[in-house]
Design a protein around this ligand. Sequence first.
Ligand code: NOJ
Length: 545
Amino acid sequence: MSVRDRWYQDAVLYCLDVETYHDANGDGVGDFAGLTAKLDHIAGLGATCIWLLPFYPTPNRDNGYDVCDHYAVDPRLGTLGDFVEFIRAAEDRGLRVIVDLVVNHTSDQHPWFQEARDPDSDRHDWYVWSDEKPEDADEGMIFPGEQETVWTYDRKAKRYYLHRFYEHQPDLNIANPHVRAEIERVMGFWLRLGVSGFRIDAAPFLIEHKGIDEVSGKADPYEYLRDFRTFLSWRRGDAVLLAEANVAPGEVPHYFGDGEKLHMLFNFVLNQHLFLALARQRKAPLERGLLLPPKPPDEGQWATFLRNHDELALGRLTEAQRDEIAEAFAPDRESMWVYDRGPRRRVPPMLDGDAARVRMAYSLMLSLPGSPVIRYGEEIGMGDDLSLPERTAVRTPMQWSDKPNAGFTSSDEPVRPVIDSGPFRYQAVNVDRQRREPDSLLMWMERAIRARKEADVFGRGDWHVVDTDHAAVFAHVCKRGGRAAAAVHNLSDAEAEAALDLSAYADRTPLDLLDPGDGLPGITGGTLSLSLPPYGFRWFRLDRA
Ligand code: NOJ
């Protein structure tokens, strides 16, 4: 693949759940027709690729991550025809689409599992069974408090089945070649319908040792990732794999390989350190988070995000660090924290709705190394609803307007309540309103994304951290070809005077990227002296004189 073809390295991803995005038929549930009608919003924002959360038929006990048919669309969301129409409409606007590939497990209602419960059926070995309950069965739960074990007894099979996640999500046995062939068929199916790749759900669990080596004769479970990639590339050369893999920095190279395994990984390590930096109002944790994981190979790329549809997972930090984040961003731990791992809140409420601080946080997301992943609603600064259980708090319907139910649906019974009280109520925070306010978060984000694209160095460029003489002021430079651009962020609530060491760029002239009218001082003696307001930030090109 030539460098120019690596679209994912310059992508701006936009992630959404069809169910809560926009309802076209008025039944209260978002659908593909509704999403299709809103594609101009996504394209207008400047996103280049949509990541769809699972939209497959499901009992919906884990927000669709409990799939019971991998080859269909949940009838509540539309038909396969609607899906294809959506893909075409997205393509017309230059938008690619990637979809969630959930194959670590299925729903227990999946016909595969129902058949597999008969120990004599060919399907039995599609899942992972044990006659005895393994000794460590009550360890390694993903949802502590909601889940008691990872091995549950099935009365029909008279055996225990493995489930890393909820009890109703039995793990597939990918050591079984028939399962692997089926996963390829699933991928092949959606690729034919026009998707540009997959977000691989629960990647570390998918490849964890469930006997893979015994069957394939390969000692290294990560080798499966290579097989995945090879298959994908034969079917569609420009398709990508983006893994949900919250792994330790040392494991990262196993996922990227030398560029022949996965294309993209979410940068969970950076994400957690970024929140620590925001909580402390100090740059050190952010610099550490950036430098901890090894840089991806040439063909690889990070997916850089602030929040996703789950809790803010902070498991890679120490307990004391988690406590600092709790104190700053989830002071009522009882209602704001979940699974012992982190806040179940969106960014703006965590930052007390402070507009300057929220903007600064999103500015980091858009300028740090990697391809940014914007979660629906972030472009307008949506809040959360802590009265909803667990992670549902951050999964409320998109707020389009101040019409009833936020313009999400014409039904009186939206699939999930819209936020209609407090500072983030839809009457105050919605797309319609922000479109009319030149200074809104939405309009700022559109401009910032455009600036990012025009600068053409953030994201995939070679980057390095810049020394500033200020503990709260973080700066970095990205370079590509002969071009260079810098971003500087004041993480603190106090004004900051900072001196950036730009001695390597002493012969260049800084030119503001976000607000070209805003003058910048020149670089003198290798130093750029900047004064930044509380939570202020600047992006600037470093042009050769
Ligand atoms: C990761 C997904 O992000 C999460 O929402 C889901 O509950 C688990 N995988 C299980 O599929």
